[in-house]
Ligand binder design. Structure first.
Ligand code: SAM
Length: 238
C-alpha cells in the first residue's frame, strides 16, 4: 500500500488534529489531509468537501490510490452546507483566503456549539480573520508556524469561547500566549515588520483623510511588533 507524504504545511495542519475525532476537511481538493490522517490511524473516517467537481474528483482519486475510499464520504457544496453538525468534531479549512474561511464559518453558526475544534490555515488576510474570530465568539487556542520555500504559514487551532482582546499587532502576528515557543516566530515578526514598513512608506506623505486611520493602525501594529521582538529576545536571554 502506498503511503502519503504531506507537505510541511499540510503536516502542520495534521499535527493539530485531535486524534479519533469525526473529521471534516472543507476545500479538500486532492484530499491528501484526510487520506493521510486515516492511513496513519489518527482518525477512523472523514468527510471531504469541496465547492467544485474537479477537486472533489481528485479527492476520490486520492482515496482510491491510497486505499481509504471506504472510510471517506465526498460532498459537493459551499463550505459546510452539505455537512451535518454531528459529523464534524474537528473541521479543517486550509489553503484558502482568510475572508473565505470567515464566510464559511459565518454560514455555519453551529460550529460554535458543542465541543468542536477548528484547524484554520489561511493563505491571506490573517489580521482580518483573527479579528473576525474574536468578535464572533471564537478563541484561538494555539498557533503553529511552518515554512515552505520562502513562505511562512500560520496554522490556528480554534474553539468556541472568549479570548482576551487582541491588540492590532496581535491581530497581525498572533498573541505571545497562543504562539508559545514557536521557533519560526522571530522570522515571522521580521517579515511582518518589513510589510508594515512598506505599507507605511506608501502612505507616509498622504494627506488623504481616508488614509489617516490606516496609517494610525499601521503605526500601532509596528510598535506592537517591535515590542514582541524585544520580548522574544528577553525570553531567549533568560
Ligand atoms: C488551494 S485549495 C486547498 C486544498 C487543501 N485544503 C490544501 O490546503 O492543500 C482550495 C480548495 O478550496 C476549495 N474551495 C474554495 N472555496 C470554497 C468554499 N467556499 N467551500 C468549499 N470549498 C471551497 C477550492 O475548490 C479548492 O479545491
Amino acid at each position: 500500500m502506498k503511503t502519503i507524504e504531506l507537505s510541511p504545511r499540510l503536516q502542520a495542519v495534521a499535527d493539530l488534529v485531535p486524534p479519533q475525532t469525526r473529521f471534516v476537511d472543507v476545500g479538500t481538493d486532492h484530499a491528501y489531509l484526510p487520506a493521510y490522517l486515516i492511513q496513519k490511524g489518527i482518525i477512523p473516517s472523514a468527510v471531504a468537501s469541496d465547492l467544485r467537481k474537479g477537486p472533489l474528483e481528485r479527492a476520490r482519486q486520492t482515496a482510491e490510490r491510497y486505499g481509504v475510499t471506504n472510510q471517506m464520504s465526498f460532498r459537493l457544496g459551499n463550505g459546510l452546507e452539505r455537512v451535518q453538525p454531528e459529523e464534524a468534531q474537528t473541521i479543517a479549512i486550509a489553503g484558502m483566503g482568510g475572508e473565505t474561511i470567515s464566510a464559511i464559518l459565518s454560514a455555519a453558526p453551529w460550529c460554535r456549539l458543542g465541543d468542536r475544534t477548528l484547524i484554520l490555515q489561511p493563505m491571506s488576510a490573517l489580521p482580518e480573520l483573527r479579528a473576525w474570530l474574536q468578535r464572533s465568539g471564537y478563541r484561538i487556542l494555539r498557533e503553529r508556524l511552518c515554512r515552505e520555500g520562502n513562505t511562512i504559514y500560520t496554522i490556528m487551532q480554534v474553539a468556541a469561547g472568549e479570548m482576551p482582546p487582541l491588540t492590532p499587532a496581535e491581530c497581525w502576528a498572533g498573541s505571545r500566549e497562543t504562539a508559545g515557543s514557536e521557533p519560526l516566530r522571530p522570522a515571522l515578526l521580521e517579515h511582518l515588520l518589513a510589510r508594515v514598513e512598506r505599507a507605511l512608506a506608501g502612505i507616509r506623505h498622504s494627506t488623504r483623510p481616508e488614509d489617516i486611520p490606516w496609517k494610525t493602525e499601521l503605526e500601532s501594529v509596528r510598535e506592537g511588533l517591535i515590542t514582541m521582538q524585544r520580548e522574544l529576545k528577553q525570553d531567549e536571554s533568560k
